[in-house]
Design a protein around this ligand. Sequence first.
Ligand code: WTA
Length: 649
Amino acid sequence: MSKDTIESRLVEKRVFKPSALFSKQARVGSAAQREKITRAAARDPERYWASEAKKLLWRKPWKKTLEWKPPFAKWFVGGALNVSENCLDRHLGGPRRNKAALIWEGEPGDSRTLTYQQLHRETCRFANALKSLGVKKGDRVAVYMPLVPEAAVAMLACARIGAVHSVVFGGFSADSLRDRIQDAKAKLVVTADGGFRKGQKFGLKQQVDDAVKDCPSVRKVVVLKRTDQPIAWHSERDVWWHEAVDGQSAVCDPVPLDAEHPLFILYTSGSTGKPKGVLHTTGGYLTVAASTVESVFDLKEPDVYWCTADVGWITGHSYVVYGPLAAGATTLMYEGAPTCPGPDRFWAIVEKYGVSVFYTAPTAIRAFIRLGDAHPNKHDLSSLRLLGTVGEPINPEAWAWYHRVIGGGRCPIVDTYWQTETGAIMISPLPGATPTKPGSATLAMPGIDAAVVDKDGKEVPHGTGGFLVVRKPWPSMLRTVYGDPARYKKQYFSEFGPKVYFTGDGARRDKDGYFWVLGRVDDVINVSGHRLSTMEVESALVGHPKVAEAAVVGMPHAVKGQGITAFVTLKGGLQPGNGTTRELVAAVEKAIGAIARPDRIRFTDALPKTRSGKIMRRLLRNVAAGEEVSGDTTTLEDFSAIAKLQADE
Ligand code: WTA
């Protein structure tokens, strides 16, 4: 980290108080009540978390709430439970039995509703299928699927038998999938022939075939028929989903699992090297996912709750599948693109199903602003009562538009800050209690000791920027980086000592103590709310035979939040030709996937470097943003590289 603190320029003065009507019906109905809960939780966090955990169904009580050997934590030690039982079976004894658990709409317009009873049945049958295909407790299962109900079924079925899922976003390339399968040594892959996106069929099975060639751990591939495209078939390895579940019993006892039994691995980008397998466990993860979905979204029995995330991201894990189902809510899933067949698809869905709670990302909101107010205005959005955002800082203008045009001025907005690693929401308004300010995630959730510190780990005064940390363990924190505890320590618990979790984000607090997250301080870029490591994109580029060196930086982008600029030097004497940019973009797509596609590639004879040979990305960030090169350039070996890039602009 180069700077002691972080500069922060944004000043936003508007305050939106929850309406008396909303507060009256909310679980937490006033700022004073929130403060009281937060104070009590701060005095005795273990007691607070124990009381939240007790709301779940435990097969065996825990002996010790927390065992903290920094930086390694165990929660609810000695306790046993099953996540799938908590999300399904627990609701079958009462009126939720026939409540919609999952409402799904496919992009072509097909739709399905699964009640709790039906989702339970499908999960049990698939869990039995997994068992008969040789999957045992502790085995890893990769899930590479379109956003269909079976993706949730696969996750819940793994949880039911104690298998550990690793969901890989369907937009990732075969190479990315291969790396993730290899790292986790997955025994089985669940996929589909393809899915629908932007009116087209896309394939998934081909990517699996390519990936699995180099994955000796994989014994079986289960394939869901979704698009009916022609696919290659390896009869000794591949099994159709419908054949695998055919004849399977709808009874499958949930296995009581140790609270610290791994629930899933989810790969995410860090500042260096290959993606990290963030490991979450059973009891602590579910406790916080369930507790936050209820308090932040203030869920009520009749709500239709729609979180637009894909299950390939943590938001899809915690707030499409596990959190809402543990809370007995109705969760909505939509398979396709927001603009298909028309730019009003999301609003048509809100109207059609009477969505009451809607949770999406700032990048989507910015895209909707560009499409114009006419599309949402065409639809009856009066069922909405609460809106949420996640993934990156939301610009106040986008917040105000969301509030006015989507929320009709009546819906509170919860701007929720959290990460793959934190498992659940860390900083957020409680909608009936917390006055909101556009652009601020407001206050730390009860039981979460978030702070802004300087480079020595000392809390900075309000108004000053610094590094966002969490000073006490919490139940849904990641337990380790899968197979690499040293990396876990180094990445999250070294900057400020082994007891303090470093988020990698900068933030400041205002005079009311509200948190304003300023974005990443490391080499991670946030494109459309998805974390990408500059290093990964660079190595994809350098993998191309023409490329000598590459430096990748984020640049401001009106819709995506950040876009990607790649500075590339070609090998000795080569000049970029007509197709070079296209070739390089294709190389990145192949290595990572379309989400990492550079927005701009700039060829240069030399990259700006320090005397010790380190690329000075800070300067390139200035160049990419079209700004003056600022700060210290005295360590720069040769200023002409920068001067030339600026002159080329
Ligand atoms: C950013 C997504 C500002 C932040 C759940 C974090 C946010 C990274 C917010 C995690 C927010 C997420 N305001 N920034 N409300 N939410 N971020 O792991 O930089 O995909 O570190 O988890 O997104 O991204 P991840």
